[in-house]
Design a protein around this ligand. Structure first.
Ligand code: ZN
Length: 271
């Protein structure tokens, strides 16, 4: 009984110690894997991914991905600074790459490592659509959604020791890949929860608007995603980001709020 109680107290201490405040939502979230460990792992995995895949360089599309990525990163920095979170991005090493692959997908790994597949470009249908996807994926990274899923899974599997997890053995690296969807099996990434999706939709909308992209396009983009969900090869991104009417309606309803947010930064015209 005494031991049980001690374990419970220990568990609570671990939980409290490893909670971080999400600056975008103000909510306390579980972050058992500190960014100091997560980022180097993510950077190494990202570099490996680029080595194993065909990176498109010097084309108009590749330049567009970089341009949108830089604008979204600047928007994130401005938003965080304005809201009293200076230094939040200090360990980020932003990178934006277009990869030759017909898979309909895009992702952002912890620390700002972004990949777009050429297969998603026809559905993005231009720069503003790319910005909607980029904003959303970057939002997942900024809000540490993957990290939270990883932390929860570690606790479930009893892998968390003293509130700290070392990503060093194969088992934890596999978990990392499962939660971030890279490595040898691209596309195994587990879906985000609905609340994480809603959060990323909102943050992503703010980011794209502050970056000067019309947030009205986000609901149009997900309509196109939905229209493409049938057929022989449904978009990979839909297995982790199910699109439905309530999501589309929610994005549409939030768009004026995103424009109002952008106005605070002097952005009133949208491309
Ligand atoms: Zn998402």
């Amino acid at each position: 009984m005494k031991l049980k109680k001690a374990l419970l107290v220990f568990g609570m201490v671990v939980f409290i110690l490893s909670c971080a405040t999400n600056p975008f939502t103000g909510k306390k979230t579980m972050a058992l894997v500190p960014n100091s460990q997560l980022f180097p792992t993510a950077f190494a995995q990202y570099d490996q991914f680029l080595t194993d895949n065909k990176v498109v360089k010097g084309t108009k599309d590749a330049e567009m991905i970089t341009r949108v990525g830089q604008r979204i990163a600047v928007a994130a920095e401005r938003w965080l600074n304005a809201n009293g979170h200076q230094g939040y991005l200090k360990d980020y090493k932003w990178e934006y790459n277009l990869v030759e692959d017909k898979t309909v997908n895009a992702w952002c790994m912890p620390g700002g490592k972004i990949v777009f597949y050429t297969g998603i470009l026809p559905i993005a249908k231009g720069e503003t659509g790319v910005a909607a996807i980029m904003g959303h994926e970057v939002a997942h990274a900024l809000a540490n959604h993957g990290q939270q899923r990883m932390s929860a899974a570690y606790v479930q599997q009893g892998l968390a020791v003293a509130g700290n997890i070392a990503i060093k053995d194969e088992k934890s690296r596999n978990a990392f890949n499962q939660y971030y969807g890279v490595g040898s099996q691209v596309g195994v990434m587990l879906p985000f929860s609905r609340s994480h999706e809603t959060e990323a939709d909102k943050i992503g909308l703010y980011l794209m608007a502050i970056a000067g992209y019309n947030p009205d396009e986000a609901s149009e983009l997900w309509k196109r995603m939905k229209a493409n969900s049938g057929g022989n090869a449904p978009p990979e991104i839909l297995s982790t980001h199910p699109s439905n009417d309530s999501r589309i309606a929610n994005l549409k309803a939030l768009s004026p709020t995103a424009k109002a947010e952008a106005k605070k930064f002097g952005v009133t015209k949208f491309r």
